[in-house]
Design a protein around this ligand. Structure first.
Ligand code: FAD
Length: 486
């Protein structure tokens, strides 16, 4: 049997391994950490369990697809439930908006809480649906780097309908011309952060994202986000994939312009196919040192990063749900600080995720596990210790103001993740969450392909390559990479 090596057990690495196995390869996955999942991992501290990275689960069909591909029934490994309220939004003037999954309920909620109408919301979501209809089969599900993609009639039709995807305005321009209330504009601008972008620069094409959340729903995996990783590792192992933890790949062996295997602890593990799930920037800088890197691609601006406080909270907040957002009063200044000044704004938008709302075992009785995150710039050597200390004070003040309680007084444990640790734990260049950024209207074309024309038998899967970051797209990258194997 032919042999494949996957470098990294991030979600796209695991998905690649399952797909390779389904194609009949013997598969070895080498992972530098002692655990699988990369960013999609978990930890437990003093009775509190935390999902370390992703907290919002959308498009579960791409996970199910892997079980079905392997001839298994997904519920035997993995189940999830749909959220009725996707997220609760808090504004400083006391307005609270619940984003209902049900479109009618959501539209009336916005009508009741802002000056915008239910009709406007429905028209906006229709536009969002239209962007998805035009783009998904070209930009998300296929390689943009194969002639075959462009020769298909649906692709040609999509290109003819390009103006409808709104690539020439920024998200903020489109949203502020559509809605009257700055609260609604902020609400929809925030979707730019789903792939680490800036709504004041990113093309309005990213208004596709509300449709993905509204139409395909937001879900909670039973057991928490980490159960996505655990169930896929279990599936891969059941299929015969071998995982090697604490095993750093040092080099991809290339001979006669073809990948031949990888170097581990000075020993060569030969392979017919190599898939790198390592951030593509580090793949070239560390594993392919003798090869000419694709400079233009590697120079692309990185997506934003995150600062996360994992707080054990000895109090319960009935007004909070699984996902909660506390909006900044000056969204434009917040993004200017991140993208132009490389800093953290003094009144950041704060996201609080509480998995113990759905999974009570995640916190001791009477307590909640808070994952408190703000968007921050990627790491270019800022004085993070100072920025983190300032941000912590500002976040606690903001949450205390909105929740009318001294939040500091109810924190009983704390862990912190910042751009430096994101980079060192998962080899993500500059600690960016989603690889290269999407602020440029040509970003989709400037992401690294899932293969390289220069080195045969080498493929790339993960959030730093086409079609981009986030769990659904990382899973699609594995699909496109493995489908590209001749
Ligand atoms: P990664 O998770 O980056 O893993 C790569 C793996 O490769 C790591 O385990 C690393 O150790 C290993 N590796 C690298 N180099 C080597 C080597 N040389 N040898 C051996 N092993 C190596 N997405 C969502 O969909 N929803 C969210 O709510 C969301 N929120 C997020 C919040 C945070 C804080 C973060 C960090 C990310 C978030 N994301 C979210 C993004 C999502 O986590 C990522 O896009 C996705 O998990 C990326 O997966 P990946 O397969 O590219 O690999």
């Amino acid at each position: 049997r032919k042999k494949a090596v996957v470098i990294g057990a991030g979600i796209a690495g695991i998905a690649s391994a399952i797909r390779l196995r389904a194609k009949g390869y013997d598969v070895d996955v080498y992972e530098a950490n002692s655990y699988a999942g990369g960013k999609l991992s978990e930890f437990v501290i003093e009775g509190f369990r935390f999902d370390a990275g992703p907290s919002l689960f959308t498009m579960p069909q791409y996970v199910d697809e892997l079980f079905l591909l392997a001839g298994k029934k997904p519920p035997a490994y993995f189940s999830y439930r749909k959220l009725d309220i996707v997220c609760r939004y808090f504004y400083e003037d006391g307005t609270r908006i619940s984003a209902w999954a049900d479109e009618d309920k959501f539209a009336s909620e916005i009508e009741n809480k802002t000056v915008d109408t239910a009709k406007a919301i429905k028209a906006f979501l229709k536009k969002s649906r239209n962007i998805y209809a035009i783009t998904h089969h070209v930009f998300l599900e296929r390689s943009l780097h194969k002639l075959g993609t462009y020769l298909r009639l649906p692709t040609l039709m999509s290109f003819l309908r390009m103006p409808a995807i709104d690539p020439f305005r920024t998200m903020n321009e489109a949203n502020s011309s559509f809605f009257k209330d700055s609260k609604t504009v902020r609400f929809f601008n925030r979707y730019a952060t789903y792939n680490g972008s800036d709504p004041y620069r990113a093309p309005a094409t990213l208004n596709i994202i509300p449709h993905l959340e509204q139409h395909f729903g937001a879900w909670f995996p039973e057991g928490g986000m980490y159960s996505i990783t655990k169930s896929l590792v279990k599936l891969a192992e059941d299929l015969g994939v071998k995982f090697h933890y604490n095993t750093l790949v040092q080099e991809i062996i290339v001979r006669d312009a073809q990948a031949r295997g990888v170097l581990i602890n000075g020993m060569v593990a030969e392979a017919d196919i190599v898939i790198s799930n390592m951030d593509v920037w580090f793949t070239y800088k560390k594993l392919l040192k003798d090869q000419l890197p694709p400079k233009r691609i590697l120079k692309q601006e990185r997506s934003s990063s995150a600062l996360i406080f994992y707080w054990g909270i000895r109090h319960r907040f009935p007004e909070l749900d699984l996902h909660n957002i506390f909006f900044s009063e000056n969204y434009r200044e917040e993004f200017k600080a991140i993208w132009q000044d490389g800093k953290i704004y003094e009144d950041p938008t704060v996201y609080v995720n509480i998995s113990s709302k759905y999974n009570p075992d995640d916190a001791p009785p009477g307590c909640e596990n808070w994952f408190v995150m703000i968007n921050v710039p990627s790491n270019v050597g800022q004085d993070w210790d100072r920025l983190i200390a300032e941000a912590r004070t500002n976040i606690i003040a903001k949450l205390s103001r909105n929740l009318k309680i001294d939040v500091e007084a109810v924190i009983c444990t704390e862990n912190i993740l910042d751009p430096r640790s994101i980079e060192s734990q998962t080899f993500s260049y500059c600690g960016s969450l989603y690889g290269s950024g999407s602020n440029n209207r040509f970003s989709a074309f400037l992401r690294h392909p899932n293969f390289t024309g220069k080195i045969k038998k080498l493929y790339f899967a993960g959030g730093s390559v086409h079609p981009g970051g986030g769990i659904p797209l990382a899973l699609l990258s594995a699909k496109i990479a493995v489908n590209s194997i001749r």
